[in-house]
Design a protein around this ligand. Structure first.
Ligand SMILES: Cc1cc2nc3c(=O)[nH]c(=O)nc-3n(C[C@H](O)[C@H](O)[C@H](O)COP(=O)(O)O)c2cc1C
Length: 224
């Protein structure tokens, strides 16, 4: 299991993309992660292909796959997170939402879910209407997971903005917005990362948290 070293700057975990080769959502996320790196962070990307390898989250299941454990452990160790989703039928894509539902395993952590962490939000869609409405939905999901959405969220209209290579974008303003999402996440992590409590036992020593009884301290999160 991957263990992350926090002595070399905050760790920013990126989650997002689609199953499509050359996914613009994943490429947008890469630009944001580069922004975080230039602000002094280390990054780890879970792109569309990885998210596609996750099974549908099942709360009643007491066992987790290797990929589910990898995602959960990385987010547990993360000092900030950046999430990038396409707008699909007016909402967050099922692929990305499934990854976020998988984070239910963090429910009983000392820092439950995304507690205390900045979360950069990126939405791509074929038009401004869905970029705006889905960005609002994504931020609501982050609030439910106790995360702190960064002040700037990036909405990218992929009818106008092209991502021809892994780390280039046809619109310099869009690229700047994406990089700013990354630097804001990193800046927050650098400012508040010192408050991070000690890491809990690795997942292979734990059962699926969802199969455990609720702790009263964590019940509030379910009201979201
Ligand atoms: C199943 C599906 C549903 C979509 N629904 C919407 C939508 O409701 N509104 C919109 O503006 N674009 C919609 N789109 C377009 C995608 O949001 C857009 O193509 C996105 O940038 C895809 O990202 P990708 O390049 O990472 O695959 C949809 C695309 C698909 C495949």
């Amino acid at each position: 299991m991957t263990r992350f070293n926090h002595t070399r700057g905050p760790l920013i975990v990126g989650i997002g993309g689609t199953t499509r080769a050359g996914s613009s959502t994943e490429r947008a996320l890469r630009i944001a992660l580069s922004g975080a790196e230039s602000a002094g962070a280390r990054t780890h990307l879970f792109g569309g292909a990885f998210l596609h390898s996750l099974p549908h989250y099942a709360p009643e299941s007491a066992t987790l796959t290797r990929e589910q454990r990898e995602l959960i452990e990385a987010v547990r160790e993360a000092d900030a997170v950046i999430i990038a989703t396409p707008g699909y039928h007016g909402g967050v894509s099922g692929l990305v939402k499934n990854a976020l539902d998988t984070l239910e395993a963090l429910r009983t952590d000392e820092r439950p879910y995304l507690d205390g962490r900045a979360v950069g939000c990126i939405v791509t869609a074929y038009g401004w209407q869905a970029t705006g409405s889905v960005l609002g939905s994504l931020r609501s999901i982050i609030h439910a997971l106790r995360g702190w959405p960064t002040p700037l969220g990036a909405g990218i209209n992929t009818l106008e903005t092209r991502f021809e290579t892994e780390d280039t974008c046809s619109d310099p303003k869009a690229a700047e917005q994406l990089a700013t999402v990354g630097t804001q996440a990193a800046t927050f992590a650098l400012a508040f990362g010192a408050r991070r409590p000690s890491a809990p036992a690795p997942l292979d020593e734990q059962e699926n948290a969802a199969a455990r009884p609720l702790r009263a301290a964590n019940v509030l999160s379910l009201a979201n």
